[in-house]
Design a protein around this ligand. Structure first.
Ligand code: WTA
Length: 645
């Protein structure tokens, strides 16, 4: 391994109000040695409760049972909005930056309150009550955040579906959560292109008989079809509603949202998060990890369709009374300078993005950056996949002018909030390492026998004790939650990631150890892509693996075996790509399809993906043991015809 450069905490953080190394260590020790006291103090400091809890936490990881702040009562929208009004009614809560650089909006906490209340009243008027599920399929416009907060206000459980998902994927998610209301827009706008959200919703809803209400925001005024019995314009519905709305009193363990995410088998799972513990850890990490200071402008470039958008565009920053920027567009529109221009335009202090965006913009060259000042920046963050040291160094040196610490935050949809991460005033940085655990997080590495690795070493990353923002269940299927996260290593939460721990106790995530791909920071199950491919009548079998991709981190490589008598053709390839886009969405489109007369299988018929991964990565000198293959000649064939030479 090459020498690791260590970046100490900058002097500017040493005398500030940020937590320093001693402070981190003291708080961390308390958080694991006396969690009840630690979390009770944090919960009182960060959140407003309507009734106190009777017990801080109770969990049984063998059963996947986790509860925090038992019997405590609170409402998320009250915490994100109402309680800030006495002090900051006129402060900007949301800066909205449109796809078009000439479009923006500044929404104060008072306006946010009024908008959320109107929509909450409208939802109630449409019969939505506590516990009902509402699907949100929206572009990155302020109404997306109003929709989430309005659900929280009336106690409805939102299920945000990323606007890039296809009608088919949307339908599956609506049905799985049995949503009866959908909130969408006529069209989205990204990089100057229109995204047909309402048309997609129409296609999905044709097979969702329980959806009685579809609320449509007018974003582009493009032409759309209309179902007079089911569809309502957002502006019409809220026009009649009052700007005040009594928030539902929620139990700390009442569900807040469902968010679908990919696993190694089957259809995406509806990860269920609840109210108190989730909000606390989202708010705490937003404060401590980004070292958020009163009055700062904060920008997370994620989409609200992903967990990062939930915790770090909406819930964390708003709980802390911050100004959060919502960006509708993409990093390269109108040109590759857009992110840096937005930072200057709105004087962004904290900036949080994904390695894939950093790599793409690094590839566009420094000139795009150099013509902007970026002097407002103080802290940089990254999330979603391991960041390669070259991209880290570029982010640090060119974007942050060697002045801003980078917080490389490791976490998952299931963890709800940051788990392994530096704190900018406390922890020296090593490019590519997510460094140390956040308060209360007890990571461990398990070896092949399931024993904990001590000291420096490598293994499967697990978490030993419950944390507040932990997944509570897989919606409608708790057994699947147990099987996925708690049965591989009884007594532990299994992350699905591998990691290395160095001599300083720093963690280095090595990537997924299961059949989950990470494409541009988006999770994708190989099984999902395979099921889409085999829907084609000419396809007999498909095996999908990831391979190293310069920008996306991982690309999707599909091996496809045709039915006997069928011939490969470019036309068929196009049909297969279109089929995947139809079933899942453009983010799942394979980068490479290789026709495979046969797939490498064991004598018991199990596909040996290890070998397929090696061929896809063009690492044919290290195929490993092939002696258990039923027919080794299959491999020779695949190597000769590999597409990634
Ligand atoms: C990966 C996104 C390395 C990891 C918040 C994890 C990371 C999966 C990092 C979760 C990071 C996320 N360094 N790998 N800083 N952050 N990952 O559910 O493999 O979309 O298991 O949550 O992304 O992806 P998810």
């Amino acid at each position: 391994m090459s020498e690791v450069h260590v970046y100490p905490v900058p002097d500017s953080f040493k005398n500030s109000s940020s937590i320093d190394l001693e402070g981190y260590q003291a708080m961390y020790d308390q958080s694991v040695n006396d969690p009840d006291t630690f979390w009770a103090e944090q919960a009182n400091q960060f959140l407003t409760w309507q009734a106190p809890w009777s017990q801080v936490t109770k969990s049984d990881l063998n059963k996947g049972e986790v509860a925090w702040f038992i019997d405590g009562k609170l409402n998320v929208s009250l915490n994100c909005i109402d309680r800030h009004l006495p002090a900051r009614a006129d402060q900007v809560a949301i800066i909205w930056e449109g796809d078009d650089p000439d479009e923006d909006q500044f929404i104060s906490y008072q306006e946010l309150h009024d908008q959320v209340c109107r929509l909450a009243n409208a939802l109630r008027a449409r019969g939505v009550k506590k516990g009902d599920r509402v699907c949100i399929y929206m572009p990155m416009i302020p109404e997306a955040t109003y929709a989430m907060l309005a659900c929280a206000r009336v106690g409805a459980v939102h299920s945000v579906v990323f606007g890039g998902f296809s009608p088919e994927a949307l339908k599956d998610r609506i049905l799985d959560a049995d949503c009866q209301v959908v909130i969408t827009a006529d069209e989205g706008l990204r990089g100057g292109k229109r995204v047909p959200l309402k048309a997609n919703a129409d296609t999905a809803l044709a097979n969702c008989p329980n959806v009685h209400t579809c609320i449509v925001v007018r974003r582009t005024a493009g032409s759309i079809s209309w179902d007079g019995a089911r569809d309502f314009w957002y502006h019409d519905l809220i026009a009649k509603q009052a700007a005040t709305c009594e928030p539902e009193v929620m139990d700390a363990e009442d569900p807040l949202f469902i968010l679908y995410t990919s696993g190694s088998t089957g259809k995406p799972k509806g990860v269920l998060h609840t109210t108190g513990g989730y909000l606390l850890q989202a708010a705490m990490t937003h404060k401590y990890v980004f070292d958020y200071q009163e009055g700062e402008t904060y920008w997370c470039t994620a989409d609200v369709g992903w967990v990062t958008g939930h915790s770090y565009i909406v819930y964390g920053p708003l709980t802390n009374g911050a100004t959060t920027l919502v960006f509708e567009g993409i990093p390269t529109y109108p040109d590759a300078s857009r992110f840096w221009q937005v930072i200057d335009k709105h004087q962004v202090n904290i900036f949080y993005t994904a390695p894939t965006a950093i790599r793409a913009l690094m590839g566009a060259g420094d000139d795009w950056v150099k013509k902007t000042a970026r002097t407002s920046l103080r802290v940089l963050g990254t999330v979603g996949e391991p960041i390669n040291p070259e991209a880290w160094e570029w982010y640090y040196r060119v974007i942050g002018d060697s002045r801003c610490p980078i917080v490389d935050t490791w976490w998952q949809t299931e963890t709800g909030a940051h788990m392994l991460t530096p704190l900018p005033g406390a922890i020296a940085l090593k490019p590519g390492s997510a460094t140390l655990p956040f308060f209360g997080v007890q990571p461990a590495l398990l070896d092949a026998e399931g024993k904990e690795v001590q000291g420096a070493g490598e293994g499967n990353l697990v978490i030993k004790a419950a944390w507040p923002s932990q997944i509570r269940s897989v919606y409608g299927d708790h057994q699947r939650c147990i099987d996925t996260y708690y049965s591989t290593y009884p007594g532990y939460y299994f992350t699905g990631d591998g990691a290395r721990r160095d001599e300083d106790g720093y963690y280095w995530i090595t990537g997924r150890v299961d059949d989950v791909l990470n494409v541009s920071g988006h999770r994708m199950g190989t099984a999902e892509v395979e099921s889409a491919l085999v829907l084609h009548e000419k396809v007999a079998e498909a095996a999908v693996v990831g391979y190293p991709h310069d920008i996306k981190g991982q690309g999707i490589y599909a091996y496809v075996t045709l039915m006997s008598g069928e011939e490969p053709s470019d036309e068929l390839k196009k049909e297969l790509l279109a089929l995947v886009v139809k079933e899942i969405g453009a983010i799942a489109r394979p980068d490479i399809i290789q026709w495979a007369p046969g797939l490498p299988k064991t004598r018991s018929g199990k596909i040996m993906r290890r070998i397929l991964r090696k061929i896809a990565a063009n690492e044919i000198d290290s195929l490993g043991d092939t002696s258990t293959l039923a027919d080794p000649s299959v491999v020779t064939q695949l190597i000769e015809n590999r597409a990634n030479k």
